[in-house]
Write a new protein. Structure first.
Length: 486
């Protein structure tokens, strides 16, 4: 079970200390889930045990808390990476420690000296709250009501454990969650982000619906449900249910990536790239699925409106920034969330655009930038969610599934295969050269001229520096004749 048990026992004997295996490691052993994250509690300062274990196993030692209450050792053993967290027994005994844990399935302990193959270790299991029976029932049950009052985040952790283990909440635990929902405002931003990220790491729709039924959403993300209700009142098909359907299809698409094999690896790499620790792009796009419909509540814009150019943004409004701050998103995460919530309709509007020229595609890819793959994937998820509503395809003039998938395939092809033409072509002339050639200073006029040169280059109308200089002079004359830049 633990290949370095003997080293742990030697450390315990050396310091004359009691060590217990606790928490998620024991739970996962009973569930036959392979785990190399080991949780221990000790009757002595964890730092001493941690440093001794690191020395005995050749591992690395860290202190996790400012009050020195938890030590961590990371080590490679028999070509496996292990993480060992060592805490101090809380209270006067191991039984008191277990009483202060969150759920019964995490409130079991085993004396380390009883942990050896063939020793009948299960007979020595300390299980005062019948956690093993709850494992057999595949349910999460609170140790006591007090653990919620001590730390309301445990309610969110309950949803996270349910999603990771595919467990249900025990009925009275559900009652307690609803009773103490008002305490969720006390959940710190960074811990909410961590727990929500772990929920989104698994198929999450079922558990977000559970959070909604428990009234957790309003407590954790104030006004979100009211915004989505307002959105649905303004624009049919654009409420909480459509957001969850979008998330459902997005998770399925991320699992299968039903596009050309040519760029499947590129898509996987794009989605897996972490924008912060344990937050890859895939999770931010899932957040976008939750939030994207709030723009209709704030602006009333929708697919049903005609006349807007496909590349014009659909503003999600100030609430998106509030939710970003609540979740402590960094700049890159905020940018992707805003891009996805703003431009997810751009692909379908481009599909409807009557004359798609090279200039049109240049503007499209420039608007979406490096997040084009994610927004294309997200657009397909939103489209598939809309198709699930009777009458939506006719009312919203949606294309056929085969046509839209083929169209998105072509856009992905252009992004991954001929991306340099639309996004990465080196400029034929620089800004400084344009300013020097025309004798002007940097400003709106110079920016418009540079943009016209870039568009012409993307269209293939100019290919040389000489042609670029000529076009700069021509654009300069035309703009001076038509507008006042003085």
């Amino acid at each position: 079970m633990i290949p370095f048990t003997e080293q742990l026992l030697q450390t315990a004997r050396k310091r004359n200390v009691s060590l217990y295996v606790v928490g998620g490691f024991l739970r996962d052993v009973f569930l036959k889930r392979g785990s190399r994250d080991l949780d221990l509690v000790a009757s002595l300062d964890p730092r001493t045990i941690g440093m001794d274990l690191a020395e005995a196993t050749g591992g690395n030692y860290y202190e996790l808390n400012l009050d020195h209450s938890t030590a961590r050792v990371t080590l490679d053993w028999e070509q496996q990476q292990w993480q060992v967290d060592i805490g101090i027994i809380r209270g006067n005994s191991i039984h008191e420690d277990l009483k202060n844990r969150d759920f019964t399935v995490n409130a079991m302990a085993l004396p380390l000296e009883k942990l050896s193959p063939g020793s009948g270790w299960q007979e020595h299991l300390l299980d005062p709250f019948s956690g093993r029976k709850d494992l057999e029932k595949r349910q999460l049950r609170l140790v006591s009501e007090e653990v919620i009052l001590d730390d309301p985040l445990r309610m969110v952790r309950g949803i996270r454990f349910a999603s990771q283990l595919q467990f249900d909440l025990e009925p009275y635990t559900t009652v307690l969650f609803k009773k103490h929902r008002p305490l969720l405002y006390r959940v710190p931003n960074d811990r909410l982000k961590m727990e929500l990220g772990k929920i989104l790491a698994n198929p999450s729709v079922k558990y977000l619906w559970l959070m909604q039924r428990l009234d957790f959403i309003e407590g954790l993300l104030p006004h979100l449900e009211r915004l989505l209700a307002s959105s649905e009142a303004r624009v049919k098909f654009r409420g909480w249910e459509q957001s969850m359907q979008t998330l459902h299809h997005l998770e399925k698409l991320m699992e299968t990536l039903p596009f050309s094999p040519q760029w499947k690896y590129d898509l996987e790499k794009y989605l897996a790239e972490e924008l912060s620790m344990d937050w890859p792009r895939a999770k931010i796009l899932k957040l976008a699925a939750i939030f994207h419909n709030i723009r209709d509540a704030e602006t009333g814009n929708s697919l049903e409106q005609e006349g807007a150019d496909y590349y014009q943004p659909s503003k999600a409004g100030g609430y998106l920034y509030r939710f970003s701050r609540r979740l402590r998103l960094n700049r890159a995460e905020k940018n992707l969330l805003l891009q996805a919530c703003t431009h997810y309709q751009a692909p379908i509007k481009l599909y409807r655009y009557p004359n798609r020229t090279a200039r049109t595609l240049y503007r499209f890819y420039k608007t979406l930038g490096n997040e084009a793959p994610g927004i294309l994937l997200f657009s397909l998820a939103d489209y598939l969610a809309l198709l699930g509503y009777p009458g939506a395809r006719h009312r919203l003039s949606l294309p056929s599934p085969a046509d839209y998938r083929s169209f998105l395939n072509s856009l992905l092809h252009r992004y991954f295969i001929v991306k340099e033409r639309f996004m990465q072509s080196p400029a034929l002339i620089t800004r400084e050269e344009v300013l020097s050639l025309l004798g002007i200073e940097q400003g709106p006029l110079s920016m418009e001229i540079l943009e016209a040169i870039a568009e012409a280059q993307a269209e293939g109308r100019i290919k040389t520096r000489k042609e670029a200089f000529s076009l700069a002079e021509e654009e300069f004359k035309n703009r001076l004749a038509n507008q006042d830049y003085s």
